[in-house]
Unconditional design. Sequence first.
Length: 253
Amino acid sequence: MNKEKQTIDLLSQIGKLLLQHGAETELVETSINKAAMKLGCRDLTVLIFPNAILLSLSSNGKIYNTKLYRAERQDVNFTALDKMTGIIDQMDTTADSTKLLEALKDEESFSPMYPYYLRNIMAGIGCGAFSLLFGGDLYMCVATFIAASIGFYLNGFLLKQYLNPFIAIILVSFVTTISSGLLTLHNEMAHIAIASSILFLVPSVAFINSVNDLTKRHYTTGLVRGVRGVIISFAIAIGISLALHILGVEKFV
């Protein structure tokens, strides 16, 4: 593998990891350019799409290597982003591109996630804490914890089955709302548990990155991320509405 191909592969993998772990477009672009400068590349063209990266490396006005990397996975892992920033800061022209590329391609060891059961518990605790902030009592907190934990587990299960993520969100919000509604049936504070239990589904990072991209003139990725956030919000609303209808709740405060 020649040096140019190693370089373009390495830069593409850096961009892919940043994009799929929740980085905004400006951060992805500046990080790739910074890494390219440290590796001695001067003529690099970067084009960021919502789920892909196109890089072209040229010399004397002639393009001699172009690479398109797809980043299908779109999760949030700030530990991975922090590691990428540290790796880029330590890069220089003497860096072994081959070894670095092999390390970055081992994504499971590079960007480990906390065990799923722990994330499940913490999602339940977080939603339960919000129910307390919204004025609920201890029983509301426990009911919210149980409903959110059930929903979070179901969400992970459905995504592992490669179900359409938007269909999965409708099902998860439906089951979560039904669970919290049954646990707090006829309780005057039931709306607190219902509203709090589905907060783990709210696409906050998508909306934040959308605003950041739009204000920094990355209009395509900003619009796509914003639309994705809106679709997720509609999917949540559909699931909640169906559940409230089955529960017989005519007015949701």
